[in-house]
Design a protein around this ligand. Structure first.
Ligand code: MTE
Ligand code: MOS
Length: 758
């Protein structure tokens, strides 16, 4: 719906509101960030900054009128550092000035006196240390632990014919969204404040702003305009960005605008978790998995943030989409003095599926089985029990997706041909790899999840939808929500307008966990269905037919049995207004939850899983160490595909991010835990030239009982097995065992040096 506006530059992003409307009176905010990884704050001297003309204020923890607490899962995080700093990049003060330059100069003149403390940068060390604590009050550097105990692993391994054991290391990832974090806060009468900001969950922003300001949530209105990429990063940092702007606006009584520089953005906001994963798997002579034993250690960084959810997700997905009768999994999220971890497309799951899918290839090789064949012997199907012993009673299309993608990619023939090619090619080696992944839909275990939206039909028959779901490029509110309404009410898509990303809509939950369409769309569906039911009964009376036989289509309502009995949608709506039939409704849907035992990690983890398969072909230049991804074959078992074009876009974007993560992106830290490459010169992301041919996806529409029209979720999917599928292809090309990322040229040359063929 918004393609033209975006293509022509008419779509409004947060910064546009500042530039176009409010420049005259608004204050610009610059952040003062800690250069120290771990230190006590002894004194903050703002006098020199305040003496600069145009600097209106310097705000620190002590300026906060409400609660200085923004911890997501654990209350361990201040909005502005208080007493001590825990990572280089932590916010210490906000400087507000009449323009950019003055704010920047002011920030440079804020003098902070730090007393350095020993810094912990390595999670394995931090786990053991008791003498240095990132959070003294917590008594340990382990922020959170998880476990799964299923069956008996000793017995499982005793039945194993082949056992494979490895330690995997996965690195951080920066979101690199085109739009950095931004928020514009406008103080209003009666102590109200409105914030226009780039965030993925307006109602969470509302909650945090209200807590920081100490005002009721009803006085805080949050709206996200178009967002220039979120990818999870703005789920974490977005509400904090809004709170920073709101704080300054509230304290100064003037509009306040914050826009992170690229450098600040990379230093400040949470990253994809770095992980150490120890993985042992056993398989019997028939090629069936007998047991897994896994230890997952996440470098959580300075604050827990979503760490518990990230670790929990990693733990409960640790088997991959396979049947495993015996399992022991232990997870640790460990505090360090580094930028903290947060949401990033497929969080928790990408790193664990990397380990799972490397293990699957190694097991297949040892068994002398084809990697696809071996996976098919173990793949989850309807009637399977998951790692958490949850029965999958429906919506399990992964096996079929794997078969169909392998056929489409001509897997078996290509595998052989490539092996032949490699025998005769010295410098260039080719490889083809497969990786499969699953991803729990909706929130986990007992954490409540619901959908909610408000739909109203205007007097002229057009329809307005209000939702908190945001538009950050993925298109759920502007495409699939529109389609859902159009399908149910039979009005053309150009008559449906979705007002998205606003706290003036009912709390629709976050636009994360790939829930925007499948779950976010449910509320819209329920509301539209309520209106349809009322209008059907009215139309039945008007036309003298049974409401059950009415079709709503193309702006008309007619009897399926006798299409001459019809009324136009517009007339029907006018009739409803005239006769007192309500044509607005809220739609609410509460997702099913089950029992879960945290001590054994057994029970109901998610109401369903989305599945994905990627087959990837690569070419490796053994002289330079450069890997080129040549072609990717995707396949989804993600329930109903509501907008195929949009889904293709999601797959392509996620594959680009997977290529970046696997082959080029890396966050370098110095000995103080400072990010060395906080810019796009040194933090290298892919360009269009790095993007391979991406084949049309295979869709197995294994509909989900509780998703809108059976949709599950696709937004994160293709990133999850992306790195594993590339690594498996590179391992196939070179005959090496790949256990860590990234596969930058210099690291690949090391692999080649060590390889048996090299
Ligand atoms: N696509 C674009 N273009 N921009 C984004 O920021 N975020 C991803 C994915 N696709 C993102 C994106 C992430 S992390 C999630 S969770 C989903 O979109 C959320 O949106 P959906 O559930 O509505 O698909
Ligand atoms: Mo996506 S990481 O769940 O916002």
């Amino acid at each position: 719906m918004d393609a033209w506006d975006k293509a022509l530059g008419r779509a409004m992003f947060t910064e546009d509101y500042y530039v176009d409307y409010l420049l005259a009176n608004a204050l610009f905010i610059k952040q003062v960030l800690s250069p120290m990884p771990h230190a006590r704050i002894k004194k903050i001297d703002a006098s020199r900054a305040l003496s600069i003309s145009g600097v209106h204020g310097v705000f620190t923890a002590s300026s906060i009128p409400g609660e200085n607490q923004v911890g997501y899962a654990i209350p361990d995080q201040p909005l502005i550092a208080e007493g001590k700093v825990r990572y280089a990049g932590e916010l210490v003060a906000l400087v507000a000035a009449s323009d950019f330059d003055k704010a920047i100069r002011g920030a440079e003149e804020v003098v902070v006196d730090y007393e350095p403390l020993p810094a912990l940068l390595d999670p394995l060390e931090a786990m053991e240390r008791r003498d240095v604590l990132v959070h003294e009050e917590r008594g340990s550097n382990i922020a959170f632990q998880t476990r799964v105990r299923k069956g008996n692993v000793e017995e499982g391994f005793s039945k194993a014919h082949v056992v494979v054991e490895n330690e995997y290391r996965l690195h951080h990832q920066e979101h690199a969204y085109l739009e950095t974090e931004a928020a514009l806060a406008i103080p209003e009468s009666e102590g109200r404040v409105t914030v226009i900001g780039a965030l993925q969950y307006p109602h969470l922003g509302q909650k945090i702003v209200s807590r920081v300001l100490g005002v009721p949530m009803s006085k805080v209105k949050i709206v996200a305009p178009y967002i220039g990429g979120g990818f999870g990063g703005k789920d974490d940092e977005g509400p904090l960005t809004c709170a920073k702007a709101a704080l300054v606006a509230y304290l100064t009584g003037r509009p306040a605008f914050i826009l992170y520089s690229r450098e600040d953005s990379i230093r400040v906001h949470p990253k994809r978790e770095a992980a150490v994963i120890r993985y042992k798997s056993g398989v019997d002579a028939g090629g069936k998995l007998t047991a897994i034993e896994v230890t997952i250690i996440h470098d959580t960084g300075a604050y827990a943030n979503r760490g518990p959810f990230i670790l929990w997700r990693a733990t409960m997905h640790a088997s991959g989409p396979y049947e495993v009768p015996n399992a022991k999994v232990d997870g640790y999220a460990v505090y360090t003095n580094k930028v903290y971890q947060g949401s990033f497309r497929g969080f928790g799951n990408l790193s664990i599926q990397f380990a799972v899918e490397r293990q699957m290839d190694l097991l297949a090789e040892k068994l002398g089985l084809d990697p696809v064949e071996f996976r098919l012997r173990n793949i989850l199907r309807e009637g399977s029990y998951t790692l958490t012993s949850q029965l999958l009673d429906h919506s399990v299309g992964v096996g079929e997706a794997l078969k169909r993608v392998a056929e489409k990619a001509d897997w078996w023939r290509k595998r052989r041909e490539i092996e032949e090619f490699n025998k005769s090619s010295e410098r260039f080696k080719r490889g083809i790899g497969v990786a499969v992944a699953w991803h729990g839909i909706s929130t986990s275990r007992a954490v409540p999840d619901w959908s909610n939206a408000y739909v109203k039909v205007e007097l002229d028959g057009s329809v307005t939808v209000y939702t908190g779901i945001v538009e950050m490029g993925q298109g759920s509110p502007t495409s699939s929500h529109v389609q859902i309404v159009s399908e149910i009410l039979g009005v053309p898509v150009d008559k449906v307008k979705v007002v998205f990303a606003t706290t003036e809509a009912p709390d629709s939950g976050a636009t994360h966990a790939s829930r925007g369409t499948g779950i976010g769309g449910l509320g819209v569906l329920v509301a539209a269905a309520k209106i349809r039911e009322r209008l059907a009964s009215l139309a039945g009376r008007v036309l003298g037919v049974d409401p059950g036989e009415l079709e709503f289509k193309d702006g008309r309502v007619y009897s399926r049995r006798d299409p001459s009995k019809s009324i136009s949608w517009r007339d029907l709506v006018r009739e409803a207004y005239a006769r007192g039939v309500e044509v607005s409704a809220t739609g609410y849907y509460y997702l099913p939850k089950g029992r879960f035992d945290e001590s054994t990690g057994q029970g109901f983890a998610y109401p369903a899983y989305s599945y994905i398969v990627l087959v990837t072909e690569v070419e490796v230049d053994t002289r330079t160490g450069l890997v080129r991804v040549l072609r990717v074959y995707p396949g989804l078992a993600s329930g109903k595909i509501i907008n195929p074009k949009q889904v293709e876009g999601q797959i392509e974007g996620a594959i680009a991010q997977a290529i970046g993560y696997t082959l080029m992106e890396y966050l370098y830290f110095d000995e103080y835990g400072r990010v060395l490459n906080a810019n796009f010169t040194d933090y290298v992301i892919p360009t269009p030239k790095d993007i391979p041919e991406i084949e049309k996806p295979v869709y197995v529409e294994d509909k989900f009982r509780h998703g809108a029209f059976g949709a599950k979720g696709v937004g994160e999917m293709a990133l999850i097995p992306g790195p594993a599928s590339i690594a498996n292809a590179v391992a196939h090309a070179l005959g090496v065992n790949i256990t860590s990322t990234p596969l930058t040229p210099w690291r690949l040359l090391e692999y080649i040096k060590r390889s048996p063929r090299g």
